[in-house]
Design a protein around this ligand. Structure first.
Ligand code: OSB
Ligand code: MG
Length: 369
């Protein structure tokens, strides 16, 4: 049982340390919406992973913050819940907007775990004390720059290298990387940039021993992914296409992919992420934890989720210092030799750096009952 007495919404703009180019475009900073729930003498933290514009999925920061203010927070403020699933159910009649709902659900998990004095991963049923991680590398200007950036991250010990690709820039970086590093675990992510008409080009990637090709086709098209999977030897991994455990079941049953990237916020929170995990496990499909360039708050959530047993492939939760000069949390989240330690202590195990957020927040709102 936990009670929610008050909430804060913060919005922080963080400059990215690297230029992140994907098939969506170029990103040089990150707008981070944060939610703090107060209750039972503790705070629960979460981060929104929707972006300013609806490029990755349909949700946006402005939309999410308005929904929090006007619809979701009024449903939970001043109420007690038996557990986070009960809170999830209180928002369960709403459709879509899973990233916005996840902000409330994930903060509630952190709050509950802190009130119980238990690490979130333990509460979710995970056992690991460290999780295997890789990196997601943006599109580079040419092959030499690609091999260079891959080398730097291989030398840091990352357990998997993921290259962003787009039509016209796919086989080239993959071939160059595979020639330079014959033995690394290598994947690509197209962020929905291809259609079935490109299946010949994508089949050419079969030659490079990729662990999977992530989300080559449209975000809402499982049928075409299934057709593409029949034409390829390389497993497909679904990211954008999976917003729920039901989506995961349909995707795996159709053969639209053989691997699932779980992003906890994309599917509506930890409870649903665990259901996606369980569905994938029942199909014998490995999962891994994706990332959305999270600040320390979302990053800590990702690490805790990754302690569950079917997270058999390295995730995208690389060191926070890769992304930010200064993070919004006080604790360092640094991988060593491709292993990210699970933050210790109750809940997600990190605390907001209030001096920093007070200085850089573009928005700070407080809500009480
Ligand atoms: O498709 O996995 C993706 C970042 C923003 C939006 C979508 C994606 C990503 C990443 C970055 O790949 C992963 C990370 O380093 O957090
Ligand atoms: Mg992806």
């Amino acid at each position: 049982m936990f009670r929610i007495d008050a909430a804060e919404i913060l919005l922080v703009r963080l400059p990215l340390k690297f230029r992140f180019e994907t098939s969506f475009g170029v990103q040089t900073e990150k707008l981070v919406p944060l939610l703090v729930l107060h209750g039972d003498g503790v705070q629960g933290l979460s981060e929104g992973t929707m972006e300013a514009a609806p490029m990755y999925r349909e949700e946006t920061i402005v939309g999410a913050l308005n929904l929090l203010r006007e619809v979701f927070l009024p449903r939970v403020l001043g109420r007690s819940f038996a557990n986070p699933e009960a809170l999830e159910a209180a928002l369960g009649s709403f459709r879509g907007n899973r990233m916005a709902r996840a902000m409330v659900e994930m903060a509630a998990w952190d709050l509950w775990a802190r009130s119980l004095g238990v690490p979130l991963g333990t509460l979710l049923g995970g056992h690991r004390t460290e999780v295997e991680v890789g990196v997601s590398l943006g599109i580079q200007p040419d092959e030499a720059a690609t091999v260079d950036v891959v080398r730097r991250h291989v030398e840091q010990g990352y357990r998997r290298i993921k290259l962003k690709i787009k039509p016209g820039w796919d086989v080239q970086p993959v071939r160059a990387t595979r020639e330079a590093f014959p033995d690394i675990r290598l994947t690509v992510d197209a962020n929905s940039a291809y259609t079935l008409a490109d299946s010949g080009r994508l089949a050419a990637l079969d030659a490079y021993d990729l662990t999977y090709i992530e989300q080559p086709l449209a975000w809402d098209d499982l049928v075409d992914h299934a057709e593409l999977q029949r034409r390829l030897r390389t497993p497909l991994c679904l990211d954008e296409s999976v917003a729920s455990a039901q989506d995961a079941r349909k995707g795996l049953a159709l053969g639209a992919g053989r691997v699932i990237n779980i992003k906890v916020a994309r599917v509506g929170g930890h409870a649903e992420a665990r259901r996606v995990h369980d569905v994938a496990q029942s199909f014998g499909a490995p999962v891994w934890c994706g990332g959305m360039l999270e600040s320390g708050v979302g990053r800590a959530h990702n690490i805790h989720l990754s302690t569950l047993p079917d997270f058999k492939l390295p995730g995208d939760t690389s060191s926070a210092s890769r992304y930010w000069e200064t993070d919004v949390v006080n604790e360092a989240l640094e991988a060593e030799d491709g292993l990210m330690p699970v933050p210790e202590g109750p809940g997600i195990g990190v605390t907001l750096n209030r001096d920093f957020t007070a200085r850089v927040s573009e928005l700070h709102e407080e809500y009480t009952v």
